[in-house]
Design a protein around this ligand. Structure first.
Ligand code: PMP
Length: 404
């Protein structure tokens, strides 16, 4: 099955719109991807035909909605080769990391070590900083090489008898580097530590098999995976989830409640206090069904071809610095332009209809590592075209003329 980008684009109504009188060229999918009709339709259908609160009803709509919500859990589980009981719906990857850090933190003591890296998103930094502040846990940072890889020798040296947890990105949202999660997990386990992967970016571009990776925890968000906002996934190995205390208290997460005592439900419901993101779970299930209906390998090759094409064209531009050139990296291009602030670059590109992100990308330690305060970032998705890639480079050249 060849990859038909025009057929894919036809599934995304928003791609028809114009910005400042120009066709939209959306190169900000790493921040949040656009939504295909399948997702819009699934959520609309639920709201128009089959909606009620889940789990607590005895009436038809409550049962139908519960079935749809639990079916979405099964879809997510199958997508990453997990059991449905190992899938917790959260409101996003950020909440998923916080849930794990909070739970693991309950048994950590001063001097225990958590290994993270310089390429983490703040979502996989700040929750661990909380443990440093609250418990005296020591954060150990895996350095990043000049071309944007994790320094594996340094990682090995950081792992030791006090390492309790390793929390690393599977794919960097700034550098595009794809880390060898399986090797990282093996090294963490050899040191007796648990491992969490932030899969927000990786899950979009490559098949993920949590069993094969041997991840203890794996987190991602729905909205970068062509699904809705307000939904994220925490995968945890069954025994790891069972060992975690609850994160929030409320309805649906209890076994029983009396005036003197509470017992908790088993995972995953123990971690889903209150009314969950029902419509969003249904939307995410639809997004995954849609993605798995495509030839994912062909989609990944298409994205990579766009990136490689742009990278090649940029080679002659001595006014542009690309940050992150790791071998095998994904289709994310971070760059700075000589004499220009990244925010200005993004605003001028917008005049040409090109949407890129600019700022720290919630990765301040990484910005510092590369000696910049911000960068611009173009991220390529399966709905982008080679013509858009060319139009982006042309718009970059025109943008540069403002600062020359
Ligand atoms: N990790 C990475 C690598 C990300 O790119 C993002 C989103 N920018 C997050 C974590 C946080 O995801 P969310 O905001 O959806 O919780």
């Amino acid at each position: 099955m060849a990859f038909d980008v025009e057929a894919v684009r036809a599934e995304f109504p928003i791609l028809q719109r114009q910005v400042h009188g120009k066709p939209l060229i959306y190169l900000d999918s790493a921040a949040s991807a656009q939504k295909p009709r399948a997702v819009i339709a699934a959520m609309t259908h639920a709201m128009e035909h089959s909606y009620a609160n889940v789990h607590r009803g005895l009436h038809t709509l409550a049962n139908e909605t519960t079935d749809a919500y639990e079916a979405a859990r099964k879809t997510v589980a199958a997508f990453i080769n997990a059991d449905p009981t190992e899938i917790v719906f959260t409101k996003g990857a950020t909440e998923a990391v916080n849930l794990v850090a909070h739970g693991i933190g309950a048994s950590l003591q001063a001097g225990d070590e958590v290994v993270i890296s310089q390429m983490e998103h703040h979502a996989n930094i700040v929750p661990w900083h909380f443990l440093r502040e609250q418990k005296g846990v020591v954060l150990k940072w895996v350095p990043v090489t000049d071309d944007g890889r994790l320094d594996l020798e340094a990682y090995q040296r950081l792992l030791g008898p006090k390492t309790r947890m390793v929390a690393l990105s599977h794919m960097s949202n700034v550098l595009g580097t794809i880390n060898d999660a399986k090797a990282l997990a093996r090294m963490a386990h050899d040191a007796g530590a648990l491992v969490l992967f932030d899969g927000c970016q990786a899950i979009v571009h490559k098949p993920v098999d949590v069993k094969d990776l041997d991840a203890d925890f794996y987190v991602f968000s729905g909205h970068k995976l062509y699904g809705p906002t307000g939904i994220g996934i925490l995968y945890g190995k069954a025994d790891r989830l069972a060992a975690l205390p609850p994160y929030q208290g409320g309805g649906e997460m209890i076994g029983s409640v009396s005036e003197d005592e509470i017992t908790y439900a088993d995972p995953p419901h123990r971690f889903e206090a209150g009314t969950p993101p029902i419509l969003e779970a249904i939307g995410l299930g639809a997004a995954i069904d849609w993605i798995t209906s495509l030839d994912r390998q062909a989609a990944a090759e298409h994205e990579h071809a766009l990136y490689a094409h742009v990278r090649e064209r940029l080679k002659g531009f001595n006014w542009l610095r690309v940050i992150g050139d790791a071998p095998g990296k994904g289709a994310i291009l971070s760059f700075t332009m000589e004499g220009a602030h990244a925010h200005d670059v993004a605003q001028i590109l917008d005049r040409y209809g090109v949407a890129v992100r600019a700022g720290t990308h919630c990765a301040e330690p990484l910005m510092r590592r590369f000696g910049v305060t911000s960068s611009a970032r173009a991220s390529f998705a399966l709905y982008n075209t080679i013509e858009e890639a060319d139009a982006f480079v042309d718009a970059l050249t025109k943008t540069q003329a403002f600062f020359a």
